[in-house]
Design a protein around this ligand. Structure first.
Ligand SMILES: Cc1ncc(COP(=O)(O)O)c(C=O)c1O
Length: 487
C-alpha cells in the first residue's frame, strides 16, 4: 500500500509552491500552442489578465446570500439580461447564473420535474424526450432525478428528427430537449419544428445552447446561414448558454434562461425547518464563487458586441479554411452540415481507419476527441488553433498516408481500444469497465504518492489507463465470441 499524503506538518514557502504549480502544468496538454481542439476558450493574454484581475477582486465573496453581496446580485442580473437580449428574449425572460453547462441542464430538468409534480401530480414516472446526440448532462440529470430518458435516432445529417421525437412523446413527457448546436458534430437541430410540436402538446421545450449560445448569434449577424434557435421561436421555454465557453468568461459560468417566471419559480429551493435559519437557494450550489460572476460580467463588458463579432469572424474564417482543406482530402468526409466552428470528420467507409489516423496525430502531439457512432475526430476551432491549422493539416495528411500503408495498426494502440469499444454490443460491459478504471483512479491504496517535484503527476499517463481498458475490452470481445460459438 502506498503512503498516504498528508497536509505538510509545516507550511511551505510560497515560492516553492508556485514553482511546483508551474511544474505541474508541464504534464498538461499545450493548449495555448493550439494543440487541443476543445476545452479551453481563450481570447488572448490581455483578456486573460482582465479575467484574473476581475476574478481576484471578488475572490472571497460568496454569492450564497445575494442580500449580503449586492455587487454580485447586480452583476448576475446584468449578465442574465445581456444574455437574454442576445438570445432575443423579451422583458419576461428571466433566469439564473450557474456554475456551467451541466448545472444549467440539471436545473432545467429539475425545474420541469418540479413543475410537473405541481401541475400534473398524476405523472408518477416522468419522462424526457431527446435525440441520441444530446449532451450526456441530460441523462446524468435524469438519472439523479429518477426520470426516464427516451432517445430518438438522428437523421443522415446527424440532426434531431421531429417525427422520431414525436413518436416517443407520452402522457408522462415533462420535457423535450434539443441542441443548438450538438457538441459532437456542431449541427443545429430543427428547433422551429420541434418547438411547434412541443407547443401543440403543451410540453416545455429546452434548447441546449451551452456551446452555441455565445457563438450562433454572432455567426448569424455575420451573415452565415443559421436557422432560428432562440426565444424568437414560439414554443422554446428555456435555453442554457455557457459564458465560460464562447462568452470567454472564467470557468464556472453559465446562464439558464426561462421564457418567464412561471417556469423559473419551480427551480427555487426553500428549507424552512433548519436550525441554521430559513435556507433558500435559487440554483444547485450552496456557496457560489463571486469571482466567476465578476469575471464573466467583466468579459462581456470588455469584449462588447464589436469584440465578440471580431473574434467570431476570425474563428469562422479559420473554420472555413480548415473545412475546405478537409473537403479537398479525398479520403476525408465531414459529418453532417456544421453550423459554427465545430467540425467532425471521418474517412470514407472508414478506409483508412480514422482511429489509426487519430493515433498518429496524437503521436505528433495533438490532443484529440475520438468520437463514436459513427467513428470520427472532433475539432472545435478556437482562436489559439488558428496559427497551427497548416501544421495540423500537414500532420493529418502524413497520418493518412501512414494509416494506408499500415492497415495492421488498427489492432494496436488507442485505435484498437476505440475499435473494440465500437464493436462491443453490450454497452453495459463497456460501462462496467470504464467505471472500474475510475475506481482505480480514485483508489488511493493503488496510486503512487506525489513525492518527486520533477515528476509531479500522481496519475499514470493516459496511455497506461487506455492500455488497461484495452486489455479488459479485448477480454470482453473474446468472451462474447466464445458465447456466440456455443450458441
Ligand atoms: C452542447 C453542450 N451542452 C452541455 C455541455 C456541458 O457543459 P459543461 O462542460 O460546462 O458542464 C457542453 C459542453 O461542452 C456542450 O457542448
Amino acid at each position: 500500500m502506498s503512503e498516504r499524503i498528508s497536509i505538510p506538518a509545516r507550511g511551505r514557502n510560497k515560492d516553492t509552491i508556485l514553482d511546483e504549480l508551474y511544474k505541474l502544468h508541464l504534464n498538461d496538454v499545450s493548449w495555448k500552442e493550439g494543440r487541443a481542439w476543445s476545452m479551453v476558450y481563450y481570447v488572448d493574454q490581455e483578456h486573460q489578465q482582465l479575467l484574473e484581475q476581475a476574478y481576484n477582486s471578488f475572490f472571497s465573496e460568496n454569492y450564497l446570500n445575494p442580500f449580503a453581496f449586492q455587487s454580485l446580485k447586480k452583476m448576475e442580473l446584468e449578465v442574465i439580461q445581456m444574455t437574454a437580449g442576445l438570445l432575443n428574449g423579451d422583458e419576461n425572460v428571466t433566469g439564473t447564473m450557474t456554475s456551467g453547462g451541466t448545472e444549467s441542464i440539471f436545473l432545467a430538468v429539475y425545474t420541469y420535474r418540479e413543475r410537473a409534480r405541481q401541475l400534473f401530480p398524476h405523472i408518477k414516472q416522468p419522462e424526457i424526450v431527446v435525440s441520441t446526440t444530446i449532451h450526456p448532462a441530460f441523462e446524468k440529470a435524469a438519472h439523479i432525478l429518477n426520470i426516464v430518458v427516451k432517445k430518438a435516432a438522428v437523421d443522415q445529417n446527424l440532426c434531431a428528427q421531429p417525427q422520431a421525437l414525436e413518436k416517443l412523446i407520452s402522457p408522462n413527457t415533462i420535457l423535450i430537449a434539443a441542441s443548438a448546436p450538438t457538441y459532437p458534430h456542431g449541427v443545429l437541430d430543427p428547433i422551429t419544428e420541434i418547438a411547434s410540436l412541443a407547443q401543440a402538446r403543451k410540453i416545455p421545450f429546452h434548447v441546449d445552447c451551452c456551446i452555441g449560445g455565445f457563438m450562433l448569434p454572432w455567426v448569424e449577424k455575420l451573415g452565415y446561414p443559421v436557422a432560428p434557435f432562440d426565444f424568437r421561436v414560439p414554443g422554446v421555454t428555456s435555453i442554457s448558454a455557457d459564458v465560460h465557453k464562447f462568452g470567454y468568461g472564467a470557468k464556472g459560468a453559465s446562464v439558464l434562461l426561462y421564457r418567464n417566471m412561471n417556469y423559473l419559480k419551480h427551480q427555487f429551493y426553500v428549507a424552512t425547518d433548519w436550525p441554521g435559519g430559513i435556507y433558500a437557494s435559487p440554483t444547485l450550489l450552496g456557496s457560489r464563487p463571486g469571482g466567476a460572476i465578476a469575471a464573466t460580467w467583466s468579459a462581456m463588458q470588455a469584449l462588447g458586441q464589436d469584440g465578440y463579432l471580431r473574434i467570431t469572424q476570425e474563428i469562422m474564417l479559420a473554420t472555413s479554411q480548415i473545412r475546405k482543406a478537409l473537403e479537398d482530402i479525398p479520403e476525408i468526409i465531414i459529418l453532417g452540415n456544421p453550423v459554427m466552428n465545430i467540425l467532425a470528420y471521418s474517412t470514407r467507409d472508414n478506409q483508412p481507419d480514422i482511429f489509426v489516423i487519430a493515433d498518429q496525430l496524437e503521436q505528433k502531439g495533438w490532443m484529440l476527441d475520438r468520437q463514436q457512432l459513427p467513428n470520427s475526430i472532433h475539432l472545435t476551432v478556437m482562436r489559439q488553433n488558428i496559427s497551427v491549422i497548416d501544421q495540423y493539416l500537414e500532420d493529418l495528411k502524413a497520418s493518412i498516408i501512414f494509416a494506408k500503408e499500415h492497415p495492421a495498426a488498427t489492432a494496436k494502440g488507442n485505435a484498437a481500444l476505440y475499435g473494440l469499444m465500437a464493436r462491443i454490443p453490450f454497452r453495459g460491459m463497456v460501462e462496467k469497465n470504464v467505471r472500474k478504471i475510475f475506481e482505480e483512479l480514485y483508489d488511493f491504496s493503488k496510486t503512487a504518492p506525489l513525492q518527486d517535484e520533477e515528476t509531479p503527476s500522481t496519475l499514470p499517463p493516459a496511455p497506461i489507463w487506455m492500455g488497461q481498458l484495452n486489455r479488459v475490452l479485448t477480454a470482453v470481445v473474446r468472451v462474447k465470441g466464445f458465447w456466440k460459438k456455443r450458441r
